[in-house]
Design a protein. Structure first.
Ligand code: ATP
Ligand code: MG
Length: 502
């Protein structure tokens, strides 16, 4: 039995209470505590705040020099697999103890054999999540750049690979390829050993990729029945005449290839057709579409992660690859031709943007809303939560949120995620790199997790950091414009931007 850390004080309820701290060294904000309740047994709580008060009477009663009052939120007790709140209030004067690790793990709903993502708060309690919920009910990982999104995604990928869950990784920066190699682990506080996953990861790249030589396999697609919208996006075709001619040509075709469309357009009597023919020929020559394309069934295989390396590929082609591959896998999954698995989408704001539409938007929305029925899960990762389609984010039952500071992104998190309190939003702004707030239906209450060290090697996406720097520059410029419009504040803000010309 651990020693007493405080005594319940003042009025209490079954949801919250306050206690006078009698052992100031062993109580911190966020600590898990337990209290005995005659009707319910041990009940778990968490310290939400500690305040120092001047109260000579309390100081005398509890023999403490400095009176610290801790506010505690009652979490409850687990009974028959469900979290229950106590039925009666706690008694003032009762002892408060530090909760043992196993009581915390059991009450919060961590699973013995679950996906190990890290340690709870400041404790040594391993946070393990139910793999079925994680995979089938979608996960999102949201945070500002450099806070540890890809690192955390890598931790979950390692855990899922060890359970042989089929994975498809959409990797715009080629940052998961390093997972083939073991990482370097400096301290062993998390109790994991280095390991690489070379035998489990298969890297695919489109034939036009500058990295095709380092890929394990080529990824090509069937160029059949590309829609007018897809062809327009791929070619960047702006001319309304050329677009109209494209629609006209497609009306007469069935089960067509790009060559068939070119032939059809050639037969049209209109001088504007040459722009269209040029654009279509460029797509045909891209080499992405082949008569014998990659069998997409091989992308979702038990025990393997297929990684699509999209470095150096134009955004429109990236979007088309994502759209075609995922919609095909969804169809195959519905027919039971591939096993249940998970699709990891990095830079999700590019593939499922909130405002404009890309060719991949619809399929990601569909998998987000219907994937779970057919055993196809999504892991959506983004550094700009505000720019990701809300319909996709709101379908993610497990949310892993690392540090976010941008007010628009914080707003998007508040709106899109159920159960996020104002207190948690403040916490999200201050999370250190590698710490996350995890919200999951299995957990009942959101928890702060120090994400465990990676077993495999992590490589950072430098180009993303560059993008974020650019975004910050734009935001600063907007602020400077505001300075121009608000002359009264000019003095202070001008000083802030002294180094930059306005
Ligand atoms: N759990 C962790 N333990 C140890 N180091 C971490 C952890 N999480 C992140 N880091 C460190 O922070 C760095 C940035 O992490 P990561 O590359 O995952 O950021 P990111 O959020 O994906 O950034 P970007 O938006 O640029 O892709 C890593 O290279 C690593 O050094
Ligand atoms: Mg990243």
């Amino acid at each position: 039995m651990r020693s007493v850390i405080g005594k319940i004080h003042g009025s209490t309820s079954s949801f919250e209470f306050e206690f006078v701290v009698t052992n100031s060294k062993s109580v911190k904000r966020g600590d898990y505590i337990k209290v005995w309740n005659d009707k319910d047994g041990w009940v778990l709580g968490q310290v939400s705040e500690i305040i120092a008060v001047e109260n000579p009477k309390l100081s005398d009663i509890y023999k403490v020099k400095e009176v610290l009052i801790a506010k505690a939120r009652v979490i409850g007790k687990r009974e028959f697999g469900k979290l229950k709140m106590p039925t009666s209030p706690f008694i003032p004067g009762d002892n408060v103890y530090t909760a043992e690790d196993n009581l915390v793990a059991e009450t919060l709903g961590f699973v013995e054999e679950g996906v190990y993502i890290g340690l709870l708060g400041d404790t040594c309690v391993k946070v393990k999540l139910n793999p079925n919920t994680l995979v089938q009910k979608h996960v999102c990982i949201l945070a500002k750049t450099g806070s540890g999104k890809s690192y955390t995604a890598g931790v979950i990928i390692e855990e899922l690979l060890e359970r042989n869950v089929p994975l498809l990784i959409i990797d715009p920066h080629g940052e998961y390829i390093s997972m083939k190699k073991p990482g370097k682990i400096r301290s062993n506080e998390f109790g994991v050993e280095p390991r690489g996953y070379a035998e489990k990861i298969v890297v695919y790249a489109p034939p036009t990729s500058p990295f095709i030589d380092s890929a394990d396999k080529e990824l090509s697609l069937e160029g059949v029945e590309l829609t007018a919208e897809e062809l327009i996006e791929l070619s960047g075709l702006k001319s309304p005449t050329a677009q109209a001619l494209l629609y006209q040509a497609l009306r007469n075709l069935k089960n067509y290839t790009i060559a068939d469309i070119i032939e059809e357009v050639e037969s049209i009597r209109h001088s504007g057709k040459w722009t269209l023919i040029g654009a279509l020929s460029k797509i045909e020559k891209s080499g992405l579409f082949k008569q014998k394309p990659t069998d997409l069934r091989t992308l979702l295989v038990r025990g393997k992660a297929s990684l699509i390396d999209l470095r150096g590929i134009e955004p429109a082609y990236q979007s088309l690859i994502v759209s075609r591959v995922i919609s095909k896998l969804f169809e195959l999954r519905k027919r039971g031709e591939v096993e249940p698995g998970m699709i990891v989408v990095e830079e999700a704001h590019n593939f499922a943007p909130e405002r404009e539409k890309t060719v991949s938007s619809n399929v990601l929305r569909t998998v987000a809303s219907e994937g779970r029925k057919f055993g196809l899960g999504l892991m959506v990762i983004s550094q700009r939560p505000a720019r990701v389609d809300k319909n996709v984010i709101s379908q993610c039952n497990t949310q892993i949120i690392l540090r976010v500071t941008n007010p628009n992104d914080l707003n998007a998190i508040k709106k899109g995620i159920e159960g996020i309190t104002a207190e948690m939003v403040e916490e999200i702004k201050r999370l250190p790199t590698g710490s996350a707030i995890v919200v999951s239906p299995e957990l009942e209450v959101p928890v702060v997790v120090r994400v465990r060290v990676r077993k495999s090697q992590h490589s950072e996406a430098t180009s993303v950091l560059e993008e974020e720097k650019e975004a910050e520059m734009v935001e600063k410029t907007e602020l400077e414009e505001k300075v121009e419009k608000e002359p009264e504040k000019k003095g202070i803000l001008r000083r802030l931007f002294r180094g930059r010309k306005s």
